[in-house]
Design a protein around this ligand. Structure first.
Ligand code: UT7
Length: 325
């Protein structure tokens, strides 16, 4: 049975210039390179300049993804930005991105599912494309998590960074089999009863301030490996594929120990797991497209490969998606 699949036809990413090493952080907060590397795998993170808002990172990543797809901004009819650090409360960062790209009037909005935002946004775009309501979509994960840090809290400020990554999505006719190019299936979850484990202690309707990120890290950790593994299994079942068939596993980059734990639980070949957490730290919704772009550019991921992405974050939200590049 032929059907319309949502194909990833371009990938791009952008990192702000300034790099902050563990060593530098250890001069201002009671931590050490040794502790951070051992407990997280993180060695450095990028930090946006004061005059460089999230939309600027998103626009650069989008331009690179469009060039990769052989498209221009004039082709874009849908923009979804997954972010938890928007430039302003409103308009949506996606609206600002549309304007800065000089893309035509079309659909543009943000998705707020924190670190799972990119997986959520991809599934939303899949709905538009597969029903024929969009022909060229930009799904962008863009974050400036450093803006949410309490720089005196060593349990959180060493973990996060800034960056952006983008996919261009276009319809492709498929045969309805797992050999089709494009999104094959996904699984999305939220358990709001666990929101106090990871949250920001501010907001327009409460404190009237932006607030700082707060996390009970070891409790989030405990949920992460189990929840992510369950979502991956559900997404592969929804896609009609098996775990051994996966060519590349591109996880959310929060902690190398979580990535390893999921890999061990599911029996994934560690040589097939993309990890960039050492270079980027946790960039929330940007981490998956940043990791994807890294592994495409260095030649590991190739067209036709079967990819599974996953994420978990504030909400708690989590999810996974399988697609063939
Ligand atoms: O993307 C959103 C989802 N977020 C995550 O997935 C994060 C999940 N959680 C984690 O990655 C880990 O729990 C952390 C990296 C946040 C923490 O690692 P942990 O092995 O779970 O450590 P812990 O929180 O149990 O803390 C162990 C010790 C504590 O000291 P005491 O109480 O044993 O004396 C902390 O105070 O490590 C201490 N500690 C630090 N020490 C040096 C916490 N942060 C630091 C630090 N430097 N930066």
């Amino acid at each position: 049975m032929s059907l319309i699949r949502t194909a990833v036809t371009g990938v791009g990413s952008f990192l702000p210039e300034t790099i902050v090493t563990n060593e530098e952080l250890s001069k201002t907060v009671d931590t050490s390179d040794e502790w951070i590397v051992e407990r997280t795998g993180i060695r450095q993170r990028h930090r946006a300049a004061d005059d460089q808002p999230t939309s600027d990172l998103a626009v650069e990543a989008a331009r690179r993804a469009l060039a990769d797809a052989g498209k221009t901004a004039a082709d874009v009819d849908l923009i979804i930005v997954a972010t938890t650090t928007p430039d302003s409360t409103f308009p949506a960062t996606a609206a600002l991105v549309q304007s800065k790209l000089c893309a035509p009037v079309g659909i543009a909005f943000d998705v707020q599912a924190v670190c799972s935002g990119f997986v959520y946004a991809l599934s939303v775009a899949d709905g538009f494309i597969s029903r024929g309501n969009a022909k060229c979509a930009l799904v962008i994960g863009a974050e400036e998590m450093t803006r949410l840090m309490d720089w005196s809290d060593r349990t959180t400020c060493v973990l996060f960074g800034d960056g952006a990554g983008a996919f261009v999505l276009e319809p492709r006719e498929g045969a309805g089999t797992k050999e089709d190019q494009g999104v094959l299936g996904f699984a999305l979850r939220c358990d709001g009863s666990k929101s106090e484990l990871l949250y920001v202690d501010g907001g327009p309707a409460t404190t009237g301030t932006v607030g700082h990120l707060r996390m009970i890290g070891n409790q989030v950790f405990r949920h992460a490996v189990v929840n992510i593994s369950e979502a991956i299994v559900a997404a592969t079942e929804a896609s009609g594929i098996t775990i051994p068939e996966i060519d590349w596993f591109v996880p959310h980059q929060a902690n190398q120990r979580i990535i390893r734990g999921v890999g061990e639980r599911l029996g994934l070949d560690e040589n097939r797991v993309v990890s960039t957490v050492d270079m980027h730290a946790n960039t929330s919704a940007a981490s998956i497209p940043l990791a994807m772009d890294t592994a495409i550019k260095d030649g590991r991921i190739k067209r036709g490969d079967l990819i599974v992405i996953e994420a978990m974050g504030g909400g708690l939200t989590w999810g996974a998606c399988a697609f063939r590049l």
